[in-house]
Design a protein around this ligand. Structure first.
Ligand SMILES: [Zn+2]
Ligand SMILES: [Zn+2]
Length: 135
């Protein structure tokens, strides 16, 4: 079943369309995601890069990720919503920030990663959890 992964930033200046099957669905608790989201962790869906059509121009913050390699974080320059991420670590994949989905319920985490820096009050339930990034 193909589910629609369309979404937008908070102000609507950036919208995107994607009809791909998610390649991977992850909750990332790394300190970079905490800083960027202003929250405890980020929830992301990896999709093939060519499947994501973006309308509007994102601003891009590039830095070195916790697992090495560059991470290009695409966000809305007007409202600040993080929209998607392109890590060198996963060539060919873009990672949609699931809070920007029109239907955020489309996200179901398959794993928690970078749990070495997770907030201790979080109950991760039965979802597999890894201290760093499994390979
Ligand atoms: Zn915006
Ligand atoms: Zn992260």
């Amino acid at each position: 079943m193909t589910q629609n992964l369309n979404g937008s930033c908070l102000c609507g200046g950036i919208t995107y369309e994607c009809e791909a099957e998610p390649v991977m669905q992850v909750a990332c608790h790394c300190t970079d995601c905490q800083k960027q989201t202003g929250s405890s962790y980020s929830t992301i869906i990896g999709v093939p890069a060519e499947s994501l059509t973006v309308h509007g121009t994102t601003k891009i913050f590039t830095h070195n990720g916790e697992s090495g390699g560059e991470v290009r974080r695409n966000f809305c320059g007007d409202c600040g919503s993080p929209v998607f991420t392109e890590p060198d670590q996963s060539p060919g994949l873009l990672w949609i920030k699931t809070g920007t989905l029109d239907n955020p319920q489309a996200f179901t985490p398959q794993m928690h990663v970078w749990c070495q820096s997770r907030n201790v009050w979080l109950d991760l339930g039965d979802v597999p959890a890894f201290a760093t990034m499994p390979h």
